[in-house]
Design a protein around this ligand. Sequence first.
Ligand code: ASP
Length: 576
Amino acid sequence: MERTARNAELSIKNVGESVTVVGWVSKRRNLGSILFVDLRDRSGIVQVVINDDLKDVPEIRNEYILQVKGVVSKRNNPNPQLKSGEIEIVADKVVLVNTAKTTPLIIADETDALEDTRLKYRYLDLRRPIMQGYLDIRHKIKMAAHNYLDSLNFIEVETPILTLSTPEGARDYLVPSRIHHGCFYALPQSPQIFKQLLMIGGLERYYQIARCFRDEDLRADRQPDFTQIDIETSFLDQDQFLTMMEGLIKEIFKKTINYDVKLPLRRIPYREAMDKYGSDKPDTRFGFLLHDVKEILLKSTFEGYQGAEAIRAIKIDGVAQNTSRKVIDGLTLEARKFGLGGLTVLKVENNTLTGSFIKFLNEEIINDLMKEMDAKNDDIIIIAAGKANRVLPLLGALRNQYAKELGLIKPNTYDLLWVVDFPLFERDVESNQITSTHHPFTRPRDEDLKYLDTDPTKILSYAYDIVINGYEAGGGSLRIYNQEVQHKIFEVLGLSEEDIKRKFGFFIDAFQYGTPPHAGMAFGLDRLTMILGQTDNIRDVIAFPKNLSAVCPMSGAPEIVDEAQLDELGIQVKKD
Ligand code: ASP
């Protein structure tokens, strides 16, 4: 179909030119002798002017598609809101290409439609310029990655979608086999095993824009199917690898939002991140650091502190006056969510601490605490005590919450860092079981191998996460390339000989044939797009996402299937 220009690309330079444009009617205003139409295509909007003496003008309604032939003219009243706002097209011919029903949501950046309506009519939601903007950023990130990695000799290789379970620690999505009744494929939680096999296969530098599937409870930043920029390399040490990845992230920021990331990025050990920020994905754009006040407060007469593994505190500046009983109740509730009985809030007023709790403190403790926290009038001090793996995350969450509430985070500021030296294993709070912090292929630090038999939780690993504005934007590790160490790690994780053979036998076998030292990571493409697009809803950056109940309101998936299909698969559904 004839089309000579993209709507929003027309400018004052084109005045006098005869053009043909197409697009959807975004708005129409009928002034009697003149009809103004805002015509939208992917580039944006251009104003079309239709004089009432023009012949054969079709009926025009919102979201009808028109083809307009006309002359670009300078506007008497420019519209600074529009990219093409200095010009308009005076129509010579208007052709109706297609009609449209009245849309169930307003097609504009500002919409009051419920999210489920937007998801049900996602194809209309996607017409909103802001949504196309997110997909554009997503595309630019991918292109930057393709170009950067290609320039460094990486090759993109696809790995199977129908495969065996991969151990990323989430629940698998299973696909029944028709040919082998009772057997199931698992959708990959990541291409982890395959990318390591590609290194054994001699590929040296692999990447893939990879779809991954994890059956987890959904949150604002999680989807059942999501995308990673997945990377694996051979023969690089940690420093060489992280430097290469920093180059990638710099390129992505430059090409998407024209932002210059300063390199090298800071590298913070996991222990320091937890101790200072109460999080392994710290947002370091604001203070409220955690202080260890155990020594000071063990001297108090409060019995609840005796025997506490950790007693930590944060100070929030200038909020004492606004910290009502209700606010304190809210904080206590938060503490309960983290498995603690409660927390203590002290206010600084008239240069001393106040609050019912001070009956447990003598003057020396009050002074020491104020000094440690550098507390000033109108500050509050929040103290939490108990198991370290509850206290630290609680205070970490509260510092984020306060920073948000107090508006301390400036828009368009980016805070990038690496968190390194993660523990190899962690103990599950509930089950007390040892699990891998990353995944079981992560290489223990050489100097810590000695703890493998004695105290595996002491082992630190060559694992790293990239953290941007408090989001984990990616993570990876150097990998084990020694068959015995790999086998030993599986044992520590409680896998029986039979399990190891069945689940990873082929993988362990491969290690016998000259496995190069290798390292890799995966960036979350959806998260990167959220950060660069400045939205905190992952569904905004995915064309066709699921809602929070893992349902696609548009297609209705997941759906019941025909009995015949189940028969073919040898499956009978349990009625509950
Ligand atoms: N497979 C890991 C993940 O999905 C990343 C990696 O270790 O490369 O988190």
